[in-house]
Design a protein around this ligand. Structure first.
Ligand code: BG6
Length: 255
């Protein structure tokens, strides 16, 4: 911790806490926009924070994304995970397999030596088929587990970057742009004030549910994500932010 004080990371954390309504914040050295290994450092910090928050038989819901993939990579086995269940936070959001919540959930649970359940609901379905699939007992069971999550770990993305990565249809793209979305998290798009301007319809945790989860950890870094992080945090209620120096410096500067 002495080292983190000397590097000025502690000071950045104090400034962020003053400026944004976070429950806690951890800033790691570097900028993940510039150096890919910084994501792994955020991953390492996140893993130790998760362990700190475990009560025993927790249900840990995770989103997709490259940052959460780094969290999964840094996960280490621990007896504490013996009765922990990992689940994906929400159903398909139009991501490639490597970025999907299911993939990351399974990887994280394997590395932790915990358990996992996956959500097998395809992305593109007619309303009718969708309705009958989510009424299947096996799917409903997983959905109920997801709704009772005690810990949620999620990424935050820049709205435009995420909409493009997900190959969002032109109509929705227009809506996202016209409403000046700057941030994205779990398929919700937010403007700079933190208002939801668009959401991807899918099952699993909804934004209202997130507000009632006892421990929510957001992991996002890189100077390019500062605006997105700020917008998201404005509407979040008591979240723990794990970020990097690149984003943190912008966060304390931006106004
Ligand atoms: C998505 C999550 O999969 O990844 C979002 O559902 C998040 O919550 C996004 O905004 C972030 O992706 P990355 O690759 O920037 O970590």
């Amino acid at each position: 911790d002495m080292m983190r004080e000397v590097l000025g990371l502690k000071e950045l954390e104090r400034k962020i806490k003053k400026k944004l309504p976070v429950e806690d914040v951890i800033v790691v050295a570097g900028d993940s926009d510039q150096s890919p290994w910084v994501k792994r450092e955020m991953g390492r910090a996140c893993v130790s924070r998760i362990k700190h928050s475990l009560k025993g038989n927790d249900i840990v819901a995770v989103t997709g994304g490259t940052t959460l993939a780094a969290v999964a990579e840094m996960m280490t086995p621990d007896l504490k995970y013996r009765d922990v269940l990992f689940v994906p936070a929400r159903g398909g959001l139009g991501e490639d397999v490597t970025n999907q919540a299911n993939t990351i959930c399974a990887r994280m649970a394997e590395k932790a030596m915990g358990h996992y359940r996956l959500l097998h609901v395809p992305d593109q379905l007619s309303a009718e088929t969708y309705q009958s699939i989510i009424e299947e007992p096996a799917i409903r069971e997983v959905l109920e587990l997801i709704k009772s999550s005690t810990i949620v770990i999620h990424g935050i993305g820049d709205a435009k970057t995420m909409a493009e990565r997900r190959k969002t249809p032109p109509e929705e793209m227009k809506k996202i742009e016209q409403n000046e979305a700057v941030a994205e998290a779990f398929g919700y798009y937010f403007n700079q004030h933190g208002d939801v301007v668009h959401k991807v319809n899918t099952v699993g945790i909804q934004l209202e549910d997130v507000r009632h989860v006892p421990c929510v950890i957001a992991v996002a870094g890189g100077a390019s994500k500062a605006k997105a992080i700020q917008a998201y945090i404005k509407q979040a209620n008591q979240c723990i932010l794990i970020t990097d120096e690149g984003a943190a410096k912008q966060l304390v500067r931006d106004d």
